[in-house]
Design a protein around this ligand. Structure first.
Ligand SMILES: [Ca+2]
Ligand SMILES: [Ca+2]
Length: 250
């Protein structure tokens, strides 16, 4: 009896030849030979394909499986690298976009001062055209989100000096000793410390807290005069004033 088992891939199969002996009809299988080439038979041979693959094919399969597995692992590794690069690229793009937006906004925004205010060193200065007493002048500045000027540097003093030099007016500045005689403080509460060794810009013999004979009103508020010198005078006098505030976004 001849049994034929067909493999899926015939090209990879070896042949097994089964000769059925004529002398021993009762014996089904006399001899089995393995040959990689199809045999030439004198009699009509019968071929039995035992299994789909012989051991040599199994080794090939294992190698191919290993190769396929390695290829798959390589693909997964490449995909992971690409995903990592994609995430890094997205983060970099977000940072770059944020910087560009910030720079653009910064360029579109600029600092400025209100109209009729003068600019010096990122601050705005207002020189009033009318006169009030010191307390009223202080309130006027505060209504405009500013203070009576506090002169904290020689450069600021020079700027004010140049501005008032050619005029005939005197201006209130934000300096007073009304709370404690001789303890001169700026309107923000800081001590001036300018009546001893470091007299800053007081005229000679000023501040003198002068008062008329018999008067209870002395001099507790400071002014800057045309040549930039400081003097104390009565706070109830009517003087022009100088306001100061930082420049703002406009
Ligand atoms: Ca005084
Ligand atoms: Ca005085």
């Amino acid at each position: 009896m001849v049994v034929l088992v067909s493999p899926e891939d015939e090209a990879e199969l070896n042949y097994a030849v089964v000769n059925f002996g004529k002398k021993s009809p009762s014996s089904d299988v006399i001899n089995i030979q393995q040959n990689t080439n199809a045999p030439e038979l004198e009699e009509e041979p019968s071929y039995v394909f035992i299994g789909s693959k012989l051991p040599s094919s199994g080794v090939t399969d294992a190698m191919e499986h290993a190769k396929a597995r390695k290829t798959q692992e390589d693909v997964i590794k490449i995909c992971k690298q690409h995903r990592k690069l994609l995430i890094i690229s997205i983060i970099a793009a977000i940072i770059l976009l944020t910087v560009i937006i910030a720079v653009t906004i910064g360029r579109n925004q600029s600092e400025c001062c209100p109209e009729d205010w003068k600019i010096f060193n990122h601050s705005c200065y207002y020189f009033s055209l009318m006169g009030y007493n010191w307390s009223e002048a202080k309130e006027q500045c505060e209504k405009n989100q500013s203070t009576l000027v506090m002169i904290k540097s020689s450069k600021e003093q020079d700027f004010l000096n140049k501005t008032v030099r050619n005029g005939t007016d005197e201006y209130w500045i934000g300096l007073t000793d009304a709370n404690h005689e001789g303890d001169w403080k700026w309107v923000n509460g800081e001590s001036c410390k300018c009546t001893e060794t470091n007299r800053l810009y007081w005229y000679d013999k000023e501040p003198d807290n002068w008062s008329a004979s018999g008067s209870i009103v002395d001099e507790d508020c400071a002014i800057i005069k045309q040549d930039g010198g400081w003097s104390d005078t009565k706070c109830i006098d009517r003087q022009k004033w100088i306001c100061e505030k930082l420049m703002s976004i406009c």
